[in-house]
Design a protein around this ligand. Structure first.
Ligand code: ADP
Ligand code: SF4
Length: 685
């Protein structure tokens, strides 16, 4: 490696009987593929190994049918029929010299067993840990506990047989039977598994010892390691663990038992907090004590993308391995880029949690920064390797937003000549504008990574302050024209819940107005922010206006605040932030053409004092340029991003990438599908 400043990150380290080749640890994370989409899942994880992650961990893997997490797309290792899939996965990861690890887990009171029809199990007879599911867990008897230990042990044997180097014991995220036993919230037993911490910890310790027994069994040289994933703190959860309370006591009690501690904070919304509400390394204050309690290696996460911070964490003895889920999604080649001293090429995670949102739908994950994620097998896309193209061409791209920039990067990387023109004085389109709103500054990374790639490529010319009309575009000498002119926010009250345009007497500002205005141009007033978009923009604008002294009321026709942010794990923090700024919040409240607000439940008029309103609803594609070029029969004309259909930033990036791939391939993109092999007989007689 060229830069010895980072060499410590590439030192091997022993994890019990196995050795990790470096300190980059691709932490277990939801991929949205699950056990029934193995090709995609395997290719996604193998790509991380190819990109230099020395250890690649497979996400939560259900150990048995009574840990059935359907409809969440988890992995499974219920019985031997799962083994071929796991063996192929291990082989794909190991072929790049990485260690393969598996997070064995029983979902406990989060496993509803809907498909298996077995009753859910837990330490006590309580409702399962999803309030919207009308199911209770059965209190486990001593025999049940014995059976669970046996089934965990069997799963560990199977995992070892499949070739995994590291077997996990999982007690994190409120997603584990072991966490349920540990927590006084869920464990109300009075036997030797309940009451004192020692008793509540008993099952955790027994399972850890069982797993160690399996890991160390067999012939010499055939041993594998055991890791524990444990949440040392549960901030914001009533009666949750704390890092200076029982969280620490647990680490002290089991300190030298596992070969590795993989520590974090729980629930998932704390562990995967968005950049809007958390900094890189936000878990360190909770987890850094662990190294002082154990001599075993420690891995921690915290959306790490800065190599200097990584080095410092290791040098100062806070971590031994740099764990990463989202940074490894956004850039599977992050370790290799550091090793090759190509820091400026790192595609940094922006902490937007679109990846998380896709998993919550049970779908293969998408990423705002990495349009190739989940497409490694399906479309044969590689995040780094230039696409092979039949012939070198030249392209004119109008619009330097996320779609235009991604399209330009993909084309120019393949050796093509690219000219980009944008009317604005700064590149980035919507990400540049939105990054000015509170908490959204990390969005600039979408622009900055791509501008860096383009500025270092001699085949690329970028012209800002260059608005182009149809005539100019048509006359431009290039093989293709790609229109990526974005979208503008509507002011006519069309939004997700209202498709009919209407006028109102109230003065309306759109998000574009707010992002363009100097805030002193909005007279101090009572301002209503009406959210019929339901993602992050309305609450961020409300925050901005409250910060500069306006009296702000947030209103939405939906039953919850910023409804879609539930999928990005942001919702509660948005509510807390608005409450802390004295923004009054009115869910279930609809704006009608008479300019008044009505309760969607009672139909009654609600008085909300306001002189102006920011309307956050739908957007209008800026497609006049494309339409004019189409009309004039411009050849080899393409369009990408919001000017096709306005959506989230991730969709614009994917669209720009897809258009470039289509041009490079010379044909429409084809997609492989995961197919189920039919068994005989197909219909039992
Ligand atoms: P997307 O998300 O699809 O990339 P954006 O709205 O972020 O869309 O970006 C679109 C960009 O296109 C903006 O920066 C805008 O200035 C630019 N643009 C729109 N129309 C023209 C035009 N006629 N000529 C040059 N640039 C344009
Ligand atoms: Fe990071 Fe957003 Fe990509 Fe997730 S979707 S990995 S949060 S950039």
């Amino acid at each position: 490696m060229k830069n010895s400043r980072y060499s410590i990150l590439f030192e091997p380290l022993k994890i019990g009987p196995v050795t990790a080749p470096n300190r980059f640890y691709a932490a277990p994370h939801a991929t949205g593929h699950g056990w029934n989409q193995p090709h995609g899942a395997i290719a996604l994880r193998a790509m991380k190994a190819e990109g230099g992650w020395g250890t690649v961990v497979v996400q939560m893997t259900e150990i048995a049918p009574d840990s059935d997490m359907a409809s969440h797309p988890m992995e499974r290792i219920w019985d031997d029929t799962d083994l071929p899939r796991h063996a192929a996965q291990v082989e794909a990861i190991k072929q790049h010299g990485s260690l393969a690890a598996i997070e064995l887990a029983h979902g406990g009171m989060r496993a509803r067993n809907i498909t298996t029809g077995i009753s859910a199990i837990g330490p006590s007879a309580l409702p399962v840990l999803r309030p919207e599911v009308p199911t209770q867990a059965r209190e486990m008897s001593t025999a049940d506990i014995k059976a669970f230990r046996e089934s965990h042990k069997k799963a560990a044997y199977r995992a070892k047989q499949a070739g995994y180097d590291i077997l996990y014991v999982y007690a994190a995220h409120d997603l584990s039977l072991l966490s349920n036993f540990l927590s006084i919230r869920t464990n109300q037993r009075t036997d030797e598994y309940g009451g004192s911490l020692n008793n509540r910890l008993r099952l955790f310790k027994e399972v850890l010892e069982d797993t160690l027994e399996v890991a160390r069994s067999g012939a010499a040289g055939n041993e594998c390691a055991v890791a524990v994933r444990f949440s040392v703190a549960e901030p914001g959860i009533a009666n949750g663990l704390t890092h200076d309370g029982e969280g620490r006591d647990v680490i002290e009690a089991l300190a030298e038992l596992p070969d590795l501690w993989d520590v974090n904070i729980s629930g998932w919304s704390n562990d995967s907090a968005t950049a809007r509400f958390s900094e890189e390394g936000h878990q360190q204050p909770y987890t850094e004590f662990v190294k002082s309690v154990t001599t075993k290696p420690v891995v921690g996460v915290g959306r790490f993308t800065s190599p200097d911070l990584m080095v410092s964490l290791i040098k100062t003895g806070k971590l031994d391995f740099i764990g990463a889920a989202r940074p490894s999604i956004a850039d599977p080649f992050l370790p290799n880029k550091i090793q090759q001293d190509r820091i400026e090429d790192i595609r940094e995670c922006i902490g937007c949690n679109i990846c998380v949102s896709m998993d919550s739908y049970g779908l293969p994950i998408r990423c705002t920064q990495n349009p190739t994620i989940s497409e490694e097998w399906r479309r044969g896309w590689h995040p780094e390797a230039p696409a092979i193209s039949r012939k070198l061409q030249s392209h004119l791209i109008i619009g330097a937003g996320p779609a235009g920039l991604e399209c330009a990067v993909t084309l120019s990387r393949a050796g093509h000549k690219v000219t980009i023109a944008d009317a604005a004085s700064e590149a980035g389109g919507r990400v540049t504008r939105e990054a000015r709103l509170p908490g959204l500054n990390s969005f600039t990374r979408v622009r900055d990574y791509r501008m860096q790639q383009l500025s270092s490529n001699v085949n690329v010319d970028i012209y800002l302050e260059s608005e182009m009309n149809a005539e100019e575009v048509a006359e431009f000498d290039s093989d293709t024209k790609i229109i990526a002119t974005g979208a503008t926010w509507r002011k006519d009250l069309v939004g997700s819940t209202n498709l009919a345009a209407s006028d109102t007497k109230t003065q309306i500002f759109s998000p574009d107005d707010i992002m363009a205005l100097a805030l002193q141009d909005i007279p101090a007033c009572n301002i209503a922010v009406y959210d019929d978009d339901h993602f992050y923009i309305a609450s961020s604008i409300a925050e901005l206006l409250a910060n500069v002294g306006h009296t702000v009321t947030y209103i939405t026709p939906m039953p919850t605040i910023a409804t879609w942010t539930d999928h990005t794990l942001d919702q509660q923090r948005i509510i807390d932030r608005m409450a802390s700024l004295n923004i009054s919040m009115h869910p279930n409240t609809v704006h009608k053409p008479d300019g008044k607000f009505y309760c969607t439940l009672s139909g009654k008029c609600i008085r909300i004092d306001h002189s102006e309103m920011v309307f956050v609803g739908a957007r209008i594609p800026v497609d006049d340029l494309y339409s004019a070029l189409l009309k004039s029969n411009t050849r080899h004309l393409y369009r990408a991003g919001d000017c096709v259909s306005p959506g989230i930033i991730q969709a614009a990036v994917l669209s720009g990438h897809s258009v470039a791939k289509e041009i490079l391939n010379g044909k429409k993109i084809t997609t492989q599908r995961e197919q189920i092999a039919l068994q005989q007989p197909v219909y039992p007689s």
